[in-house]
Design a protein around this ligand. Structure first.
Ligand SMILES: N[C@@H](CCC(=O)N[C@@H](CS)C(=O)NCC(=O)O)C(=O)O
Length: 207
């Protein structure tokens, strides 16, 4: 098993943080997205979408999509259970994972694609789409604020993969300067708690 990464990529960071929380050792090969190393013929064979992260399996097959990779690793190494321990917990984790991926992580990433000079050559940058993404991030932060006022973690009282994705989403939103979450006390306190975990180093862009 080999994990192909570019450590700057937010989706890669979700998987690296998850692996660190699991306490498992997965061999990693570093590729450079900017120079196109992730789109070599072999990498495209493993993931025709030409995106990282990719987990190369021992039978030579490729697994992509960050959540699918995390689920696979959870199956191989069930403890600690980061996708939930019983049917209710698993459903709640799934619910929150979808909410924070669709409402926070993905719009925060897309905001960067549509605003940052670094991505100018890679994306047709649409200011109106960036504004919509920023608003979606703000709405998800408000939702998290209400939730975290009464629970320690995103999907309840235990750390799960929903915290990993939410934390990576917040860090990328802050990197791109999407402001406004600073007034949200419960979310800020949660960010401090998650940021104190050793695994968070894999996700943090700014100190
Ligand atoms: N849905 C995929 C998204 C993967 C993705 O967008 N990867 C980005 C880095 S964060 C990438 O490889 N971009 C390079 C490219 O599209 O050429 C996942 O969850 O892993």
């Amino acid at each position: 098993m080999i994990l192909y990464v570019d450590r700057f990529a937010p989706n890669v960071r979700r998987v690296l943080m998850f692996i660190d929380e699991k306490g498992i050792n997965v061999p990693v090969i570093e590729l450079n997205i900017e120079s196109g190393e992730h789109r070599s013929p072999r990498m495209l064979e493993l993931n025709p979408l030409g995106q990282l992260p990719i987990l190369e399996l021992d039978d030579g097959g490729g697994l992509s999509e960050s959540t699918a990779i995390c689920r696979y690793l959870e199956e191989l190494h069930p403890e600690p259970a980061l996708f939930g321990e019983n049917p209710t917990e698993r459903a709640l984790v799934e619910m929150w994972l979808r909410r924070v991926e669709l409402g926070l992580f993905t719009p925060a990433v897309e905001y960067g694609h549509h605003t940052q000079p670094f991505f100018h050559d890679r994306f047709v940058q649409i200011a109106a789409w960036a504004a919509l993404c920023r608003d979606r991030v703000a709405a998800c932060c408000s939702l998290l604020e209400r939730t975290l006022a009464t629970s320690s973690y995103v999907a309840g009282d235990r750390f799960t993969v929903a915290d990993v994705t939410a934390y990576c989403g917040i860090e990328i939103a802050i990197l791109w300067g999407i402001g406004g979450y600073g007034d949200l006390g419960a979310l800020t306190a949660w960010r401090g708690r998650i940021g104190a975990r050793p695994s968070a180093a894999a996700a943090r862009y700014l100190e």
